[in-house]
Write a protein that binds this ligand. Structure first.
Ligand SMILES: CC(C)(COP(=O)(O)OP(=O)(O)OC[C@H]1O[C@@H](n2cnc3c(N)ncnc32)[C@H](O)[C@@H]1OP(=O)(O)O)[C@@H](O)C(=O)NCCC(=O)NCCS
Length: 158
């Protein structure tokens, strides 16, 4: 069954949160400890996500396979805020397709350069998709917590 990419809807919120948790614990564990992974999971507030999708405050896409959501991506202005894939769908090009969807949306908005705070585990994924590292950065998860990331960028061909 092919994976399709479509704009996110508010009724996808719970499935998006499920994929967020599963991908963090299933695909990022080699780079962060258990406490950091849990902080990362709770940094996505379901109510805020629901409101953002409803108000189109940011651009979000989901990947669907057999009627089940297996990934999502979010663009906020010139920042790729999220690309997450369920472990069951990893390394099949789903993340790259989700990233291309937000890149196309950014290009349509006239954005010339995209930035991402890449988790340590996702650096190779972004490099493979044409992003270059700028510097190591602390990405804020809450008022008191942050996680080490790599700030990266990509110039879009407008
Ligand atoms: C990063 C992530 C989105 C990649 O999704 P994916 O669907 O598996 O990625 P793709 O299949 O499109 O991978 C494309 C290429 O990126 C690179 N890549 C992807 N995951 C990689 C990994 N874990 N290690 C090394 N290279 C990787 C590979 O070159 C891959 O090509 P290949 O499979 O032919 O070797 C996914 O692993 C994930 O959800 N991780 C946890 C959440 C996260 O950290 N998201 C980023 C937040 S900034």
């Amino acid at each position: 069954m092919p994976v399709t990419i479509r704009p996110a809807r508010t009724e996808d919120t719970n499935a998006i949160c499920r994929v967020h948790r599963a991908s963090i614990f299933g695909l990022s564990g080699n780079h962060y400890n258990e406490e950091q992974l849990e902080d990362w999971v709770v940094s996505l507030d379901p109510d805020q996500l629901h409101a953002a999708i409803a108000e189109a405050d940011g651009i979000a896409y989901v990947a669907e396979e057999n009627g089940r959501i297996v990934g999502f991506s979010v663009l906020c202005d010139c920042v790729v805020r999220a690309v997450y894939v369920d472990p069951s769908a990893a390394r099949r090009g789903v993340g790259s397709s989700l990233l291309k969807a937000v890149e196309a949306a950014a290009a349509d908005l006239g954005i010339r350069t995209l930035y991402v705070y890449a988790s340590l585990n996702s650096r190779c994924f972004y490099e493979n998709n044409g992003y270059t590292a700028i510097k190591v950065a602390d990405y804020p998860l809450s008022k008191s917590r942050s996680m080490v990331c790599i700030e990266m960028k990509k110039d879009l061909q407008n």
